[in-house]
Design a protein around this ligand. Structure first.
Ligand code: PGA
Length: 256
């Protein structure tokens, strides 16, 4: 297993297939030799084929799925369909979906179960909207426990947690990056909740990523001081040079 996972969350960008291909191509061309860092590109569904055919070293992921395998669910996309398109990862419960689509923990949990059943690695996003003081708010624990409800321990190896404090996501008004120290505390908090659910060994093995205004300037401190096992990168992933630099820094990073 690679030491770090660096994910390009393109969200609903770019606008054309041509741009998507060229972005993926530029990333792919620059990521040779990143032996301990795995790169995942998460494009919009319509660009899956174009991106998939531009990448070899990087893996493909989806920003969402529906919880059924097939059937009368107009406009939805199933885990089996994205598997068939070559995706290995899926992001679940991103704060933008919680906010704009009203996704609840219950819905996210259904998607979690369906993703794992289909053999995908599921990236569960958790994070508070506001933060007062240093403590990680209990809502983060609730999102974790609800998102993982009824997920059996043997599936935990396919679960990745992304801690994304909503107030630190670059496109949100007044966004400000979190500190590595706070990320470290969030990591401990997440592992404590997972220890309560699955035991210490399982909790130590779960990968926790940091997301929220990750840039070339701050990635190293989130990985080393923050003890994160990778990053979910939004805005900066649309600039292939910066994204690859973030991944390159990860691949050279050593834990303290
Ligand atoms: P950002 O987005 O890197 O632009 O803050 C992160 C995310 O929302 O996944």
């Amino acid at each position: 297993m690679s030491k770090y996972l660096v994910i390009a969350n393109w969200k609903m960008n770019p606008s054309t297939k041509k741009e998507a291909s060229s972005l993926a191509h530029e990333i792919e061309q620059r990521i040779g030799g990143f032996y301990n860092t795995k790169i995942v590109i998460v494009p919009p569904f319509p660009f899956f084929d174009a991106v998939k055919s531009s990448i070899k070293k990087a893996a493909l992921g989806a920003g969402n799925i529906f919880w059924e395998e097939k059937g009368p669910y107009t406009g939805e996309v199933s885990p089996l369909q994205i598997r068939d398109m070559g995706a290995e990862y899926v992001i679940l419960g991103h704060s933008e979906r919680r906010e704009h689509l009203g996704e609840t923990d219950e819905v996210i949990n259904k998607k979690m179960q369906a993703s794992l059943k289909a053999g995908l690695s599921a990236i569960l996003c958790v994070g508070e909207r506001e933060r007062e003081g240093n403590d990680i708010p209990p809502i983060v624990g609730d999102q974790l426990a609800e998102g993982l409800r009824a997920v059996k321990k043997q599936f935990l190896k396919n679960v990745i947690i992304a801690y994304e404090p909503v107030w630190a996501i670059s496109t949100n008004k007044g966004a400000r990056p979190d500190t590595p120290d706070s990320a470290f505390r969030a990591n401990l908090f997440i592992r404590k909740i997972i220890t309560g659910l699955y035991g210490r060994k399982a909790a130590n093995e779960v990968r926790v990523l940091y997301g929220g205004s990750v840039r070339r300037e701050n990635i190293l401190s989130f990985l080393t001081e923050g003890n994160m096992q990778g990053a979910l990168v939004g805005g900066a992933s649309l600039d292939p040079r910066e994204f690859v630099e973030i991944a390159a820094i990860a691949s050279r990073a050593e834990k303290k």
